[in-house]
Design a protein around this ligand. Structure first.
Ligand code: NAD
Length: 370
């Protein structure tokens, strides 16, 4: 493969993150084919043209089908609201393109299963935007757990909180529409689920409660009903025997990008928070009772692939760098390499867990994942 032609659909928060990653992946990693930013699609021609010029794409279209049909496009980044993912991903895969689709797969399990079927039928690469698992610190935590550094893990707690919907006066947006899913569990809890899948493997059962602190929001058409939930609290049991919980909120004043993980094992503990994504805390009983205490470890070139960005320790990666690592993993899949990605095969496990959470909430009981 001499070069890779990229199509991008959507140019908002995640569209820009994908564009930055496609622009950075070759300079950062150096070992991938040349990247051609071929075609950007958005909701109308003017927006698509303006964003194509900003991000460096050659062609622009107000009709996303033009992007999918473009023979110069090898891989399509899908960064539109959740309700479009199935139609866009299925069309791209059917056209013989590889796909990098933002999380979650779809607003409901039936549509997510259709996306998986489309990926299987096409034989193309189909991965999802679960950037947090790409953090070199998370990869190192995974290695420590795999090596038994903290012994058998018995309790896992993950809290994900932001405050972008904490203001009751904040206006209605697409994230409040039922057409885009459940809110708290498929917008937020999917990220903790991606981390759990990566660090420990699948869930066995869940018990979920959801809440909606503000039932209406202002919109240009007047007050609109909030159709989804902003808060969820989930008890869980993992297949490896550990118990724990996931708690998420989009209305938690003061929390900006928190994904706080606590992992307790027989021989130690590990703490991590995405708001301080370049460090983690490690407690090892092997330090002995007079010295044992949490130590803070800063990310460094030894935590690969940090070294591809910066040769000096403690100089810090950021959110968009995780997206660049995710992009390198996607290209690895396209080149037939082993790569750490949440693909549609793994993503469906997350979607089934979300569906189990929804059923648990509706029926007021524990739900087994089988
Ligand atoms: P956004 O509103 O900022 O951007 C959505 C983009 O899609 C806009 O450019 C919009 O014009 C475009 N769009 C809407 N309808 C379209 C259509 N019919 N055809 C073409 N383009 C269309 O939204 P966002 O925050 O970027 O979220 C998009 C996706 O990214 C969602 O699935 C969300 O769950 C996911 N997301 C992932 C992360 C992460 O950390 N991985 C973070 C935020 C959002």
């Amino acid at each position: 493969m001499k070069s890779i032609g990229v199509g991008l659909i959507g140019s908002g928060f995640m569209g820009k993150a994908h564009a930055l990653a496609w622009n950075a992946v070759r300079p950062v990693f150096g070992d991938v084919p040349a990247i051609r930013l071929a075609h950007l699609g958005d909701a109308n021609d003017a927006l698509a043209r303006a964003k194509a010029d900003e991000f460096g794409f050659a062609k622009a279209s107000g009709d996303w089908r033009q992007v999918v049909a473009d023979p110069e496009v090898d891989v399509v980044s899908i960064t539109t609201p959740n309700k479009f993912h199935l139609e866009m991903a299925a069309a791209a895969l059917a056209a013989g393109k590889d796909v990098w689709c933002e999380k979650p797969m779809a607003p409901n399990l039936a549509d997510a299963e259709k996306m998986l079927a489309a990926a299987r039928q096409s034989g193309k690469v189909a991965v999802l935007g679960y950037n947090y698992v790409q953090n070199p610190v998370i990869r190192h935590i995974s290695k420590l757990i795999g090596e038994g550094a903290i012994g058998a893990v018995n309790h896992v707690r993950i809290e994900m909180d932001e405050d972008f919907m904490a203001d009751p006066e904040a206006p209605f947006q697409q994230r409040h529409e039922k057409a885009n899913g459940w809110g708290a569990i498929d917008d937020f809890a999917v990220h903790p689920l991606s981390l759990i899948l990566t660090l420990f493997g699948p869930l066995e059962r869940v018990m979920c409660d959801m809440a909606k602190p503000y039932s209406t929001r202002k919109s240009p058409e007047g007050e609109r009903e909030v159709e989804v939930f902003d808060i969820a609290t989930i008890l869980m049991r993992l297949k490896n025997g550990a118990s724990g919980f996931i708690a998420v909120s989009r209305t938690a004043w003061g929390r900006k990008g928190r994904i706080a993980i606590q992992i307790f094992g027989a021989k130690g503990s590990i703490l991590f928070d995405q708001e301080r994504l370049n460090e983690f805390q490690l407690y090892l009983t092997s330090d002995g009772p007079t010295e044992a205490g949490f130590r803070t470890v800063l990310s460094a070139p030894h935590h690969k692939p940090y070294d591809r960005f910066i040769p000096a320790p403690g100089h810090s990666l950021g959110f968009n760098d995780l997206k660049t690592i995710e992009c390198r993993q996607l290209i690895g899949r396209m080149l037939g390499e082993e790569a750490l990605s949440i693909d549609f095969e793994k993503g469906i496990l997350i979607e089934r867990a979300v569906d189990a959470m929804a059923r648990s909430f509706q029926e007021g009981r524990w739900v087994d994942l089988g």
